[in-house]
Design a protein around this ligand. Structure first.
Ligand SMILES: Cc1ncc(COP(=O)(O)O)c(C=O)c1O
Length: 421
């Protein structure tokens, strides 16, 4: 474990903030569905001298000399990523998920082309065409939705009708707040009818696909996968683009660099390689399986206790609580209340929400981080009980303080990788 002695001497203000954050992560329960704890090896890698190297280009074809070790590192990251996801090509240079998506759009589309993606209020991501992004100035986005929000099933018939009419150039699967599995085969069939390229943004579920608990979109013929390397995949913050066939990879590479980005962030590429190596191990499969077991168990337990979940359950690592239907409270109030007792999650719009994004009807929560800490089904029930007690005693300041202490005591049994206290 690094001791951070240089940082402490050089910059006490940042050191203090780091110590505070380590304490917060250790004493609190992280249930934000997109967060996780990386291993000490991944953490170490991010703080290495790979930071100092400029490596514009790709292994064997760089614009700067001195690439003996960076080439080795990037090649390892690429080979491991290909193996993990059955891909023919991997670009491991995108700095994050959003830049990966931008590079992917520009690789595959012309300005003015139409993209069909999941409706944002039904779980899609900002980069799938939210009006606040610049992407909507360049491409036209059309939507598909759930047919029935009680089951979460996508309306594939309507999707097909709209696709036949609008002729999208791309059909985009993927989400950041959808608790069910998508039917990639059906999407691919619709895309083939209208001649659209198929892309899955699997940022949220990459670790579950790598761990073979969710379906790999490539196995249903999808052309491209974009992803973050953090979240369920449990790597450093970063992005990646994969293709099923090698030929398309050339377009992707040109789009990432020089089309959109400059030099790769080499310590992150190295950390991606380490994380992918970890994800190839049997222990990671076990982890991914437990993430979903925990998620389903928590969802079922909450529902038995009268909590209303959007789609009435989950197939993956996340769920959405309808706070209005459950407790006649807003998502914002619940986020703040749970934060006070040391449980961190986020407010979230739910399908057909009538409230505003900064005060929506729901909260989103997930199990990737708490599963990394070693929590299992029994702990899911304990966490649900903490949350339900907080709601029941929300007007009682003393009870909330006591609950916060109980959460801290509970957390002590589950160390955070990379943090020694
Ligand atoms: C589906 C999806 N795509 C892309 C992103 C963007 O990733 P980043 O925050 O790394 O840019 C996210 C992040 O939440 C996401 O959920």
């Amino acid at each position: 474990m690094p001791t951070y002695t240089s940082l402490q001497t050089e910059d006490p203000a940042i050191y203090e903030a780091l110590v505070g954050e380590m304490k917060r992560q250790t004493e609190g329960v992280e249930m934000i569905a997109s967060e996780n704890y990386v291993s000490p090896a991944v953490l170490e890698c991010m703080g290495t001298v790979f930071n100092n190297k400029y490596s514009e280009g790709y292994p064997g074809k760089r614009y700067y000399a001195g690439q003996e070790f960076t080439d080795a590192v990037e090649n390892l990251a690429i080979e491991r990523a290909k193996q993990l996801f059955d891909a023919a090509h991997a670009n491991v240079q995108p700095h994050a998920g959003a830049p990966a998506n931008v590079a992917m759009y520009f690789a595959l589309l012309e300005p003015g082309d139409t993209v069909m993606g999941m409706d944002l209020s039904h779980g899609g991501h900002l980069t799938h065409g939210h009006p606040v992004t610049y992407l909507t100035k360049i491409f036209k986005f059309i939507r598909y939705k759930m047919k029935d929000i009680e089951t979460g099933e996508i309306d594939y018939d309507e999707m097909r009708q709209v696709a036949l009419k609008e002729k999208p150039k791309m059909i985009l699967a993927g989400f950041s707040a959808y608790p069910r599995e998508l039917n990639y085969a059906k999407m691919k069939a619709i895309a083939d009818e209208v001649g659209a390229v198929t892309v899955a943004d699997m940022a949220h579920i990459a670790g579950l696909i790598a761990g073979k608990v969710l379906r790999n979109p490539f196995h249903d013929g999808f052309d491209v996968i974009t992803t973050t390397t953090h979240k369920t995949l449990r790597g450093p913050r970063g992005g990646m683009i994969l293709t099923r066939e090698a030929e398309l990879g050339k377009k992707i590479d040109k789009s990432v660099f020089p089309g959109f980005q400059g030099g790769p962030i080499m310590q992150m590429v190295a950390a991606k390689a380490v994380a992918f190596g970890e994800a190839l191990k049997p222990e990671f499969r076990q982890y991914a399986k437990q993430v979903v077991v925990n998620s389903k168990h928590l969802a079922a337990y909450l529902m038995v206790k009268g909590v209303k979940l959007v789609t009435n359950g989950t197939d993956n690592h996340l769920m959405l609580i309808d706070c209005v239907k459950s407790w006649n409270l807003g998502g914002n109030e619940i986020e703040t209340l749970f934060d006070r007792i040391g449980i961190t999650l986020n407010k979230n719009m739910i399908a057909n929400d009538t409230r505003k994004p900064m005060d929506p009807s729901g909260v989103r929560l997930g199990t990737p981080a708490i599963t990394t800490r070693g929590m299992k089904e029994k702990e899911m029930e304990k966490l649900a009980d903490f949350m339900l007690t907080a709601v029941a005693s929300r007007a009682d300041e003393t009870a909330l303080l006591k609950l916060h202490e109980e959460v801290k005591t509970f957390c002590r049994k589950f160390p955070v990788p990379g943090i020694t206290t």
